[in-house]
Write a protein that binds this ligand. Structure first.
Ligand code: SPD
Length: 347
């Protein structure tokens, strides 16, 4: 058992070891996870600890940009990070996550074939699917009865939403949504299109109360905001607390994404991290995570273990003909353009 081994090591060897080794030994038996907010099922973590003896610490972030900035700033002490599909190639290229040969792990065969070799990690060297879902917006039908079937309502809201709208807090999320609305490709570098994107976001600004990807469900349930950009599972979390909320499947379609579990470069405990990746490809464990956060996982056979509430959940079950546009990593120039638009918008 790992914790016992760790205890023995620290008891017998600490005095003799130089400080860095001592710190390592003291840390054995712990897995440090850095994940999105409200995205790590407590009962699933308990099960992982019960099965492996590995204790878990959890810190959270609100966007890929925040995660990237922290990882680039230097050693974070995290073993596990969870970047989205459009950021995985950037993390790989910048050597912020390390190859762990996921395709050779015992539970790899449980992944649905379509997710075994994902465009952002074609040889399944680095990542395991965590959860995937859609991005759209939610509104309170008590405030505005609708009907609403387009991102036009979010970007140019009815007067009743003035000062009541919540936007996501990161450039990639906000701009991708506008590009889908305009039927334009992601990572757009066309000056005219970018001008149009900025104009739409500037026009929306007087309606926006907050640009923040954290705490969306709380704001919508309390009524602090009455319309908010949101990811599907977080919309479900809000709607079960306030039944008048409605997640919109826009006629334009909407952004789709997958978040992926990866091992940070310099992870304090590589073996613990690999155990966690393998654990997440077990159908029961993936189902525990999905039942908590309300997003799809990529694991075959997890459906039978899901919380039955998800069977009827509109956020979890998009209409069959809904167009989901998965995004992808942008070249540096496009990211720079996105950042410029964001800076102009937020000034
Ligand atoms: N509650 C947090 C859910 C995290 C969703 N990640 C979305 C990534 C979209 N690019």
């Amino acid at each position: 058992m790992r914790p016992l081994l760790a205890l023995c090591l620290s008891a017998s060897a600490l005095v003799a070891l130089p400080l860095s080794h001592a710190a390592q030994a003291a840390d054995a038996g712990v897995l440090h996870i850095f994940n999105w907010t409200d995205y790590t099922a407590p009962d699933m973590i308990k099960k992982f600890t019960a099965e492996t003896g590995i204790r878990v610490t959890l810190d959270t972030y609100d966007s890929n940009e925040t995660l990237l900035a922290k990882m680039k700033a230097g050693t974070t002490g995290y073993d596990i990070v969870v970047p989205s599909n459009d950021f995985v190639p950037i993390f790989i290229q910048q050597k912020l996550i390390q190859p762990v040969d996921v395709a050779d792990m015992p539970n790899f065969h449980n992944l649905e074939p379509r997710w075994q070799h994902r465009a952002w990690d074609p040889d399944a060297k680095y990542t395991v699917p965590w959860q995937w879902g859609t991005t759209s917006f939610v509104y309170d039908t008590k405030v505005y009865p609708g009907p609403v079937d387009s991102f036009a309502t979010f970007l140019n809201p009815p007067a009743v939403f003035k000062g009541q709208v919540g936007q996501l807090g990161s450039p990639s999320e906000v701009i991708d949504m506008v590009l889908v609305y305009l039927h334009k490709p992601y990572c757009n570098q066309d000056p005219a299109t970018l001008k149009q994107v900025l104009a739409l976001l500037e026009a929306q600004k007087p309606f926006v109360k907050v640009y923040n990807s954290d705490g969306i469900a709380d704001r919508m349930v309390s009524g602090e905001t009455t319309m908010h950009a949101v990811w599907s599972g977080d919309a479900e979390r809000a709607r079960v607390q306030k039944s008048t909320l409605r997640y919109v499947y826009a006629k334009e379609g909407g952004p789709g994404w997958m978040d992926n579990v990866a091992v940070a470069t310099g992870a304090p405990d590589l073996e613990n991290a690999k155990k966690f990746l393998n654990f997440m490809m077990d159908p029961k464990n993936a189902a525990m995570e999905t039942s908590y956060s309300g997003y799809e996982n990529g694991v075959t056979g997890s459906g039978q273990f899901l919380d039955p509430k998800l069977g009827n959940s509109p956020e979890f079950n998009p209409p069959k003909d809904y167009k989901i546009y998965f995004n992808y990593a942008c070249p540096a120039k496009a990211t720079k353009d996105y950042d410029r638009i964001w800076t102009l918008l937020r000034k």
